[in-house]
Design a protein around this ligand. Sequence first.
Ligand SMILES: [Zn+2]
Length: 258
Amino acid sequence: MDRPNGREFMRILNQLAMIGSAQFGLSSRLDCHMYAVRSPEGVVLVDAGSGLGEREVAAHLDADFPGVAVAGLILTHSHMDHSGGAEALRKRFGCKLFVSKETRPILESADEERSGLRRAREMGGYPEDLHMKPCAIDWAYQSGEAFEAGGRRWRTVHVRGHSNDSYCLMTEIEGRNACFSGDVVFYGGVLGVINSWDSDLHGYVEDLPQLANAKIDMLLPGHGLFTLKNGQRHVDAAIRSLENGFLPQQIGQGAAIF
Ligand SMILES: [Zn+2]
């Protein structure tokens, strides 16, 4: 991280930056990692954060890719720390919003029950006055579907287990296979089972093996460390951990994620 002219930025590659994150101290304490990918038709953002760090996020984006328009925003799933800022960012940048067909109805109707926000708020994870706002969706992607955002090709892999609407988003950046894994799988093969109505190990057992042999170079999750090389190693460790009889390591056990 550097501070050119007093402004922070966290440029990872020529075409990749992190523009928001609670853990790296870039934006609100309730923001997941938010990534920006330079693409042929502008910048594509992956995940929107909680919405509480919008001003900082916009400043980082301006420092990383000055004068470049935002062409699209893609969400990995509907949890508040990933989706809360979506509508405001869509309006601010005039960009297209891409979510999965499972996420779409949750965001369109600001369904705090199905997104898990009501329960998470009750458990003290979010402020009392933080609510979802109905969101206009431009494109709903489906499992296994490839689509274009910002002139860049994205491939989707639906992996239940963290939530029913969780996806990994795959694209190639500077010759490397990137996997934006949201809260599906983290550095070290850590999984994302949480205390929520639609989170369980079953989804992982059924869906995670789709990522075997995916030749992932960069694993770019929504929390914790990321890696630019050998990302597949971490995914394979997670797949292996599901094959033995004990509970694999989960996010939130140990290091704080916010
Ligand atoms: Zn989540």
